[in-house]
Structure formats: structure tokens, C-alpha cells
Write a protein that binds this ligand. Structure first.
Ligand code: NDP
Length: 325
């Protein structure tokens, strides 16, 4: 018997229904997975509320997981029953078993357990493309990273430090600030206390400001985030935890110093198999070497996915969240 959390009608956390489902045999190019751990990400909230278009109706949320191959479909030659694999997308993760295209999963290295893998594939590969591809962070790079104690944030603190960059974080409350600092942030602004984070960034950089701002908050931090950038700096808006940025006149980018702006997605940076494998391998490398530690700070049973969403949206969580089937 297989079970999944399904959304029939988008809405609040109560839209997440735990139901028995038929999984079926894998089709050509697919594998069937027995899932051992499932990652929870902010994108799951956007899909549940309807902010992002739902893939199917009903749909099973969840973009991230790790498990073992139970069956392989026709034409799958590089995976076999029993292989340990992990993935970040497509949706369908909140389930005990699922079908997935074989070219979207990667084999897990021996030293990484299922819980860690489920917690890191989406957030870790996101940080990897943001710091290596969207902007090439290195010695001398100063960046501002909002929500530095979150799932993506704690990985970013460690990875930016590893690359020799200086990360100025923001986080809500002293405990979160401490967590970000403990994970490698050079500074962390408590934006609950210091609401004018622009002034703090000016102070911390001696007026030099940042080369790049990574903003996943959206509405609440825009356009203030732009004022943290040097002329010709890069504004990376990659999420909308407080709601999406409203339409604006691009002339603001000229007025604030010929700024660049991008709105990237993990899907676009890992759409080819080669990009997915390169990104995953880089992540496995930093985690296996202990350069980046994955903090699974919250674990819930799959049945309790709604509570995980309530806590994530209430800003009660830090690091990564995992559901266990
Ligand atoms: P987090 O663990 O970072 O949780 C979100 C955090 O955002 C909260 O803990 C909170 O931290 C902060 N926040 C600020 N304002 C609000 C608000 N109004 N409501 C809720 N939270 C708020 O989540 P994830 O690590 O899963 O994701 C982080 C962000 O990265 C998300 O916006 C997500 O969409 C984005 N993302 C984008 C990807 C892409 O490729 N474009 C891929 C992966 C993630 P605090 O209290 O410290 O402010």
C-alpha cells in the first residue's frame, strides 16, 4: 500500500490530505522509488497556496527526496533495483513511493544518509548554482544573504566562506543570528531589531556595500535590498517568502547605480542531465568533505506535513526540514 499527501484544492496547510494512492509500474525511462526521507522547501508552500501554478489536479507536493529504486522501466540502463538515489524535482515527493524519470535522480555517495540527502538536494544545489554560476563568489566578494539561518541560508553561510567570500546575513531574532554566525556568516543583522538593514550594511562594509545581494524574501525587502549594492552590483531575487515583488519601473536600476537583476530557478540551472550531475557532484563533494554541514533541525512524520508547513510559514524553523514516510 502506498500513501501520499495530496492537494485537491489549493489553500492553507489543511489542503494537505494524507491519502492512499496507486503508484503503478514505472513507464519507459522511469523508476519507482521507495522513499526513505522527503525534504520540505518553501516552494512546497507556494505550490500549496497556488502562488505557483499547480502541476496537476490533484497533485502531490514535494520537490525533494531520497530513497531506493524498487523497479526500473524500459530503457533505464544506469540504475538497478536497490540503488540509493536522491533528487530535487519534479513534484511528487510527499509520498511513501513514487515514480520519477530516471534522468532526474542521482546516485547517492556511500557516506551520505537518506535524511541528509533529502534535506540537501534542493537547498544545496540551489546554493551551488547561486554562488558558482549566477555570481562567481570568491575572495574579495561581499554578499548580503537574507534569511541566513534558513535551509538555504545555513548552507550558503558555509559555502560562501569556503569560497573565500564575505557573507553578511540577515535573520529574525538572536538565536537565528547566532546560528548564521556559527555557520560562517561574517556578520548577521537581526532585522527584527535593526529594521533598517541598509544602514547596517553600510556600517559593516564601511560604505563600500555589496557586490551581490541574494534575496529570497521578496516583497518585504524590496526595494531596500537594492540600496545594499555597489554600482553595477547584482540583485538576485530567488524567492518570495513574504510575497512576490510587485511590478516596478526598471529605471530604478539605473537610478541606484546601473544595477543588474536576475530571477533564477534551480530548474533552469539543472535542466540538462550534465548540469544536474555537475551540480549534484559539487554538492556531494563539499558535504562529504565536511566543508558544508547539513542541519536537519526539524523532522516530522509524512502524515504531519501540514504542521511542517505551519512551522515553516511562521518562521519557527531553522536549517532543513525532513518528513519521514
Ligand atoms: P527557509 O528555511 O529560508 O524559510 C524561509 C525564511 O524566510 C524564514 O525562516 C524567515 O527567516 C524568512 N522570512 C522572512 N519573511 C518571511 C515571511 N513573511 N514569511 C515567512 N518567512 C519569512 O526556506 P527555504 O530554505 O526552503 O527557502 C528559502 C528561500 O529560497 C525561499 O524563498 C525559497 O522560495 C527560495 N528558493 C529558491 C530557489 C530557486 O531556485 N529560485 C530554490 C530553493 C529555494 P527569518 O525569520 O530569519 O526572516
Amino acid at each position: 500500500m502506498a500513501y501520499a499527501i495530496r492537494v485537491h484544492k489549493t489553500g492553507g496547510p489543511e489542503a494537505l490530505k494524507y491519502e492512499e494512492v496507486q503508484v503503478g509500474a514505472p513507464g519507459a525511462g522511469e523508476v519507482r522509488l521507495k522513499q526513505h526521507a522527503i525534504g520540505v522547501n518553501y516552494i512546497d508552500v507556494y505550490l500549496r497556496t497556488g502562488l505557483y501554478p499547480q502541476p496537476t489536479s490533484p497533485f502531490v507536493p514535494g520537490m525533494e527526496g531520497a530513497g531506493e529504486v524498487m523497479a526500473v522501466g524500459a530503457g533505464v540502463t544506469d540504475l538497478k533495483v536497490g540503488d540509493r538515489v536522491a533528487y530535487a524535482g519534479p513534484a511528487g515527493g510527499y509520498s511513501t513511493e513514487r515514480l520519477i524519470a530516471a534522468d532526474r535522480v542521482v546516485k547517492m555517495p556511500d557516506g551520505i544518509d537518506y535524511k541528509t540527502a533529502a534535506a540537501m538536494m534542493l537547498q544545496g544545489m540551489t546554493v551551488r548554482y547561486l554562488v558558482r554560476k549566477t555570481f562567481n563568489v570568491g575572495k574579495g566578494t561581499t554578499c548580503l544573504w537574507h534569511a541566513a539561518a534558513g535551509g538555504v541560508g545555513l548552507i550558503a553561510c558555509q559555502w560562501v566562506k569556503h569560497l573565500g567570500g564575505t557573507l553578511i546575513g540577515t535573520a529574525g531574532g538572536p538565536e537565528k543570528v547566532k546560528l548564521a554566525l556559527d555557520h560562517g556568516a561574517a556578520h548577521c543583522i537581526d532585522y527584527k531589531k535593526d529594521k533598517d538593514f541598509v544602514a547596517k550594511v553600510k556600517e559593516l562594509t564601511g560604505g563600500k556595500l555589496c557586490d551581490v545581494v541574494y534575496d529570497s524574501i521578496g516583497k518585504d525587502t524590496f526595494p531596500a535590498s537594492l540600496d545594499c549594492l555597489k554600482p553595477r552590483g547584482l540583485f538576485v531575487t530567488f524567492g518570495n517568502a513574504s510575497g512576490p515583488i510587485e511590478a516596478f519601473n526598471p529605471g530604478i536600476l539605473a537610478a541606484k547605480g546601473s544595477l543588474f537583476m536576475t530571477r533564477p530557478s534551480l530548474a533552469a540551472y539543472t535542466s540538462s542531465r550534465a548540469d544536474l550531475v555537475e551540480t549534484a557532484n559539487d554538492l556531494f563533494d563539499v558535504v562529504s568533505k565536511g566543508v558544508v554541514k547539513i542541519n536537519v533541525n526539524h523532522t516530522y512524520s509524512l502524515k504531519d506535513a501540514a504542521q511542517a508547513h505551519i512551522d515553516l510559514e511562521a518562521r519557527k524553523t531553522t536549517g532543513s526540514i525532513v518528513l519521514l514516510p
